[in-house]
Design a protein around this ligand. Structure first.
Ligand SMILES: Cc1ncc(COP(=O)(O)O)c(C=O)c1O
Length: 424
């Protein structure tokens, strides 16, 4: 067993207790492995509401879709780990051929390292001296550890250089220049000239090594296919330009990285045209949200609205009707603490009452969330009542995972086969 698989397997030894909402109170004291072995069911396993559940089949499907998508198109894959912060899913992504794991902040690098992830792509600027000291020590201690971070300013390069030099770090830290994805984009140097200046600063910084270019196309207001492709072509041209100028002289390969879960079709198309560089190229995709997909935002923006294929929403949240004070109004016991609301509200998918399971009727909808309640609008003739369960589809994988430290994984027949631990 490799290191990641071994450390992930050790999570099964953790005790189930009050830290993990939704889990059966009578399972307290069991290890996660023991509870999983009991194969409890969703309906009578003693779980309490609200309860977030992952579909085993949807997870398998989605993991396979991006595995094959990247393999067929010659892309290396570093799925964004900040989506789930679930090392068990990192392990499955790595088993399926991922080059490494992407993260966003130093804490997330620590989680990856704690689980032995050998290649980490930090898709963010890193100028925190304490974090640089720690990452430098990790690099020096483990020759097999590969780490790449963004740079987008000369000052940032200097801060990195100073922190690493002060810490006496021996190995160089690999960096890629981030090209901002246009006006109004998030981080990233705005022009090719700015990128060249950053590259020159890296060349002068003995603690750093320039290994490529990167960016993120989705954080552009009103991004559309033409705009995204035009920016991706700029990114590829920037890599070629820097290469011609000898900027990657110390690198074995040139990293060209972009892509989340909304534009991986455009990334594959444009990166297919990369060629004529001085050394091998690593075209690196970083999708993260694909792993669970969703019922709202990603359902709308997925490339599979443009190209053949599909992802499946893997999350379902079960909440209970706890109050029915007016004819058109019910309240569920799930609120902002339990469900995402930054990219849309949850949508009812099904209702389970004493009479059985039925699809959610038209007009049943979440209109608002309090901390611990969902405001459920009820159509006039619907008999939903206190005690019924409502199954909700969710809107944003990243802000779903973060609310649940231990998430049951259920097969289609409702058997809980595993539990996914998150570290936020
Ligand atoms: C820099 C960067 N790369 C990749 C991703 C992954 O994108 P997605 O969440 O759409 O999969 C994100 C997500 O926020 C990101 O910020």
């Amino acid at each position: 067993m490799d290191v990641v698989a071994e450390r992930v397997a050790a999570l099964r030894g953790e005790r189930v207790d009050h830290r993990f909402k939704g889990l059966p109170p009578d399972a307290a004291g069991l290890t996660v492995g023991e509870l999983a072995a009991q194969r409890r069911t969703l309906t009578d396993g003693g779980f309490t509401t609200p309860l977030l559940v992952l579909s085993a089949e949807a997870l398998d499907h989605n993991l396979g879709v991006l595995e094959h998508w990247t393999a067929q198109r010659g892309l290396a894959f570093a799925p964004h780990g900040k989506t789930s912060m679930a090392p068990q899913l990192f392990a499955r992504q790595l088993e399926r051929g991922a080059w490494g794991i992407t993260v966003a902040v130093p804490h997330q690098v620590r989680v990856c390292r704690a689980f032995g992830v050998p290649r980490i792509f930090l898709a963010n600027e890193l100028v925190d001296a304490a974090a640089l000291r720690w990452i430098g020590a990790e690099l020096d201690a483990d020759p097999g550890f590969e780490f790449v971070a963004y740079v987008d300013s000369v000052r940032g390069v200097q801060l990195m250089q100073d922190a690493l030099a002060a810490a006496g770090v021996r190995r160089q830290v690999d960096v890629v220049v981030e090209l901002g994805a246009g006006d109004g984009a998030r981080t990233g140097a705005r022009t090719e000239a700015d990128c060249a200046a950053v590259a020159a600063a890296v060349a002068a910084a003995g603690q750093l090594r320039l290994v490529g270019v990167a960016g993120y196309e989705a954080e552009v207001p009103d991004a559309g296919p033409e705009q995204v492709r035009a920016w991706l072509r700029r990114l590829v041209a920037l890599a070629a330009e820097l290469d011609r100028g000898g900027a990657f002289g110390g690198a074995e390969q040139i990293v060209v990285s972009a892509g989340g879960s909304a534009w991986f079709d455009a990334v594959a198309d444009v990166f297919a045209g990369i060629g004529g560089m001085s050394r091998p190229v690593l075209p690196l995709l970083r999708s993260g949200a694909y792993v669970t997909h969703d019922d709202a935002h990603y359902a709308r923006v997925t490339p599979f609205t443009r190209v053949p294929g599909h992802l499946e929403p893997a999350f379902r949240l079960w909440a209970q009707v706890v109050s029915r004070p007016e004819p058109g109004q019910a309240f569920l016991n799930a609120g902002k603490r339990d469900v995402p609301y930054d990219l849309g509200l949850p949508t009812p998918v099904a209702v389970r009452s004493a009479a059985g399971l039925r699809p959610a009727p038209a007009g049943l909808g979440v209109s608002r969330l309090s901390d611990q309640h969902a405001w459920l609008s009820v159509p006039p003739d619907d008999g939903i009542e206190v005690g019924d369960l409502v199954c909700l589809g969710l809107s944003h994988p990243c802000t779903t995972f973060e609310k649940w430290p231990l998430i049951p994984v259920a097969t289609a027949d409702g058997t809980i086969t595993d539990y996914v631990r998150t570290f936020f």
